[in-house]
Design a protein around this ligand. Sequence first.
Ligand code: NAP
Length: 293
Amino acid sequence: MILLDGKVASAAVKESIKQETDVLLANGKRAPHLAAILVGNNGASETYVASKVKNCEEVGFQSSLIRFDSDVDEETLLNQIIQLNNDTSVDGILVQLPLPKHISEAKVIETISPNKDVDGFHPINAGKLVQGLPSFIPATPYGIMLMLEHYNIQTKGKHAVVIGRSNIVGRPMSILLSSNLPYGNCTVTLCHSHTPNLNELCLQGDIVVAALGRPGFVKAEMVKEGAVIIDVGITRVTDETAKKGFRIKGDVAFDEVAAKAAAITPVPGGVGLMTIAGLLKNTLQAYKASIGV
Ligand code: NAP
């Protein structure tokens, strides 16, 4: 069994980004710049944003963190995004989701300039992805593709089963795996909460991507011998014995599934780290387009 280690694969991606950035800086160019907006103080969101900012520094990017209280009104937030859209020193904009209920996530996403949409959530980028046009790929599916590439997991002609159809993970993942790409060309089954025979379908998957947010959902009896298992799930499960009072759990029952799998991602230490790698790649792409290199 191969452990698809996000630490190893993301370090390799980040090293190549850093090398490319170092050359640009040595040639007198400014640093790529990611601006992150955080609304409120949700613990998980704080952790994600802090990690994104830290990773920017590690590869030589500039980053800005703009914070708002959770009661910020929608207009103020949209105006901040417009200001960042117009700021030529900013290459990428991300608004950490989820947002408080009184703010429309759709409006926020649509306000970000598609050219700075390094999370790849804007409908224009989503449409381009469907048509196989150059676009910003949502960071998590992008990170998974980078993981498959790093470990040279063969996908052509394989049956991939994706569980979850969200706009940020499952659906774009199904599009990438079914696209004519070096780590695509799968036949894809996309499952969701109305899929009646999910266990049966999952058992047919050469590759299973679990992105539903139900800890330990994928059990050994649902996967075939030798399958490649990608666990996207991140859920905080209360555990009084843990230092922080919770543990992070994936959507796959790791131990029992690992015993049957050819390759599997751990949680934590798998897809989450690759998501940041995908975000950094998108930011570098936005920067290069902005300065014309
Ligand atoms: P989401 O928007 O809640 O979507 C969940 C999807 O799973 C929906 O399509 C839902 O179906 C489907 N689903 C839920 N229960 C199901 C069931 N019992 N059987 C089959 N399908 C079911 O979640 P998300 O944003 O895609 O995130 C999914 C998980 O990935 C979460 O744990 C999240 O924290 C994690 N995540 C991790 C990363 C990372 O970097 N590792 C990034 C993003 C998200 P319906 O559409 O029918 O409701």
